[in-house]
Structures are given as C-alpha cells and as structure tokens.
Design a protein. Structure first.
Length: 100
C-alpha cells in the first residue's frame, strides 16, 4: 500500500473519531454508558472553530491587537484595538467562523 493511501486511511480514521455526536444535556462531561469510568469532552465536537483560531482570524482581518477574548453563548467575543486606535468588539460564530 502506498504512503498516500496510508495517510488517507489515517486521516479518515481521525475524522471519524473526532466527529463524535454531541450530547444534548447541559453537562460539560458526558459519561459513556458502555464505559462507566471513561469520560469524553463532547463540547469539542460541537465546535469547528477554537478560541485561538477566532483570535487569529480577527487579528488578520483587522490588523489590530486583541485586548480580550472570551466565549459568550456559542460565539466568541473578541475586543480588538485597530490600527486606527479604535476599540472594536468582533463576534465570531464558534460553528461557522463567521465574523460580525
């Protein structure tokens, strides 16, 4: 088997392990009923964009310096100081990465 196919198989295996279904409950940790002593962070599967990725995107888009960043209701609230000296608040959707 060529290296290309091995890499493709590994990438697909990783994709299927990461794309676990999200639990609808309010707990951060979801206990697997089949493995009573194992836990997984299901919220990671709910998000496509990390806070750091959102920060990097806003910095590139504005050319500014990030002053503060936090998660608020499924989106990231990023306060940035623009090149013009203005402080702006940019929201980035944690699912799509869309800025508004």
């Amino acid at each position: 088997m060529s290296t290309k196919w091995v890499r493709l198989a590994l990438a697909l295996a990783l994709l299927f392990t990461v794309a676990a279904p999200a639990h609808a409950g309010g707990d951060r940790w979801h206990q697997d009923a089949r493995e009573p002593h194992s836990f997984s962070v299901y919220r990671v599967a709910e998000r496509r964009v990390t806070l750091q990725q959102a920060i990097d995107t806003v910095q590139r888009a504005t050319g500014g310096r990030v002053l503060d960043a936090k998660e608020v209701s499924g989106q990231y609230r990023i306060k940035v100081l623009t090149r013009n000296g203005e402080v702006r608040i940019v929201y980035v959707d944690a699912q799509t990465g869309e800025m508004h």
